[in-house]
Write a protein that binds this ligand. Structure first.
Ligand code: ADP
Ligand code: MG
Length: 379
């Protein structure tokens, strides 16, 4: 609970961070709007923290400022110094920062940020340096959840099934295209999916069925990232599980996404928005249990914490299950899969938020008990 002198009601002061330098900026605004509206006003004092697409931090009415381009917001910053980890107002004169004034001491942060610079460990690194408790996975869990190649290595090391795949550098593709094409065609049957290693929202992802398509797909993915993942494409059902918890995570019922397009691409996710969400997915009880078990294993394998939406593919020809990815800060509007899966499992949207805050505080508490220095004894 807050010990802020300016907070006599002893509410938990929660900084909700949204927006950011990511293709999922707008999705983050939608998620954060839902989160801020649903946080119980009896328990929480919400401090909105917006980040523009250029990376500028602001507080005050940051949501209006980011949505409508105007609004009563002012420049803000969080310092990586735990002794000064308040939200600071930045006074600016002739576009230069000239003074910092503490405006709010924060008890916990909810980074409602999707994609790069929010969900990938970079924001989490800043919050670690600042010594602030925050909702969701730490630096490693976030980074591994975001990086499709590292994610697959970690799954393989833990005996969790993933589809056959290869990693290629964009620079190798540029310098030795024949070698890359041959290696892919020797190792993987068409169709294959080509993905930038470190993005989300299906941006830069293509499905290809021949060499020409593969070349185009590699050019496209290479324009987004230094590293590319190429994997065997299967006809699959897309199953999703909401996982919640720190060391002892719980799994929700299983949900299924049925995109109306060829695959769950950017248009299916955000433009046509007509994909069907089926909760719970129609599965035999033992299959559903296996899916939930795999989801928890994968969550633990990447050291996820707080929350994660675990996405699996079920090959429709063989019935085999494959781990596809974990989103460590999944879409969080009231109609998003993650909260809906919990609602179907008996946990309401605002109770889910309470649990996430509790988990963030618990994690910080556990960490605070750890030794930070080593004193060699003389004996
Ligand atoms: N190997 C695959 N086989 C079949 N479909 C795939 C495969 N990989 C990705 N997809 C399709 O592409 C979508 C986006 O891929 P995904 O790896 O989940 O990337 P993102 O992180 O952008 O969501 C998936 O939801 C699925 O529809
Ligand atoms: Mg996905």
């Amino acid at each position: 609970m807050s010990t802020n002198p300016g907070n006599p009601l002893n509410k938990i002061r929660i900084g909700v961070i949204f927006g950011g330098r990511s293709g999922e900026h707008e999705v983050s605004l939608m998620s954060a709007r839902s989160v801020m509206a649903a946080l119980d006003a009896e328990k929480y004092e919400v401090v909105p923290i917006g980040i523009s697409k250029e990376g500028r931090w602001m507080t005050g009415d940051a949501m209006t400022a980011l949505t409508e381009g105007h609004g009563n917001a002012f420049p803000a910053a969080l310092l990586p110094d735990p002794q000064r980890a308040s939200l600071m107002e930045v006074k600016v004169s002739e576009s230069q920062p000239v003074a910092l004034t503490a405006v709010a001491e924060l008890d916990v942060i909810f980074p409602v940020m999707h994609g790069p610079y929010g969900e990938d460990g970079t924001m989490q690194g800043l919050l670690e340096l600042a010594g602030l408790p925050y909702v969701g996975a730490g630096v490693v869990g976030s980074a591994v959840g975001m990086d499709k190649a590292m994610f697959k290595y970690v799954m393989e090391a833990n005996g969790i099934p993933v589809l056959p795949w290869q990693l290629h550098l964009s620079s190798t593709w540029e310098n030795q295209p024949e070698t890359v094409l041959n290696e892919i065609e020797d190792g993987l049957p068409y169709p294959v999916f080509v993905k930038p290693a470190n993005l989300g929202s299906s941006v830069g992802i293509s499905k290809c069925s021949d060499r020409q398509g593969l070349e185009d797909a590699l050019n496209e993915a290479a324009s987004y990232d230094r590293r590319m993942v190429v994997e065997k494409g299967v006809k699959a059902r897309e199953l999703e599980v909401a996982v919640l918890g720190n060391d002892v995570p719980a799994a929700s019922v299983v949900g299924e996404v049925r995109p109306r397009r060829d695959f769950y691409d950017y248009v299916a996710k955000y433009v046509s928005d007509d994909s069907e969400l089926i909760i719970p997915a129609e599965l035999e009880p033992e299959v559903s249990n296996e899916v939930r078990q795999l989801a928890v294993q994968a969550y633990q394998a990447i050291d996820c914490a707080g929350l994660g939406r675990v996405d699996l593919l079920m090959d429709t020809d063989t019935g085999r299950l494959y781990l596809n990815e974990i989103n460590t800060i999944p879409g969080f509007t009231r109609i998003s899969m993650y909260p809906k899966l919990w609602e179907a499992s008996g946990l309401s949207y605002s109770k889910l938020l309470d649990q996430l805050v509790d988990l963030a505080l618990e994690r910080n508490h556990t960490k605070a008990r750890l030794r930070v220095s080593f004193e060699p004894s003389d004996t």
